[in-house]
Ligand binder design. Structure first.
Ligand code: THU
Length: 160
């Protein structure tokens, strides 16, 4: 038997330590929560994607009475970005969430389905996506989805 360990590096920044560009993207993600449609969970999630040419695309969670038909903020945002700007790789994705009491102190990590889509977008553009997971107690930053989704399925496996 052999074994190996998979490690992830997560950097936690205080607000003042974040580069200005990241702070701006997080503010856009926080603002995007205003577009959230969450009558069932009352949990509003916003995301903002910065594209290579500097364009910022925002999105938010959109719920549906048939629960599984709703979509998370991360996928709403990435699909909108790719649909409108198919030639532009996504460089960074900021995510913020609030409940009735306000923005959460600890950031929310993307769900499994969103991680898979983030992985797919990285592969499509051959470009890692920096994830900025905002919490009022600190922003957790990873340099790519590798850190949250080890052992990813990739189209290279299809080719054998
Ligand atoms: N949600 C997101 O938008 N992103 C996540 O990473 C986790 C969960 C949404 C889905 C649903 O509308 C609500 O939050 C509660 O799960």
């Amino acid at each position: 038997m052999k074994e190996y360990t998979i490690q992830s590096l997560v950097r936690v920044y205080d607000w003042e330590e974040l580069p200005q560009e990241d702070r701006i993207l997080i503010e856009r993600a926080k603002g995007a929560t205003k577009g959230s449609y969450a009558p069932y969970s009352s949990f509003c999630v916003g995301a903002a994607a910065r594209l290579k040419d500097g364009t910022v695309v925002i999105g938010s969670n959109q719920e549906n009475v048939a629960f599984p038909s709703g979509l998370c903020a991360e996928r709403t945002t990435l699909f909108a970005a790719n649909a409108q700007y198919p030639d532009q790789p996504v460089l960074s994705l900021a995510i913020a969430a609030r409940n009735a009491e306000g923005f959460l102190s600890q950031p929310i990590p993307p769900c499994g389905a969103c991680r898979q889509v983030i992985s797919g977008v990285e592969q499509r553009y051959h470009q890692p996506i920096r994830l900025l997971l905002y919490g009022t107690a600190g922003t957790h930053v990873v340099d790519g989805i590798d850190a949250l989704l080890p052992l990813q399925f990739a189209d290279s496996y299809l080719k054998g």
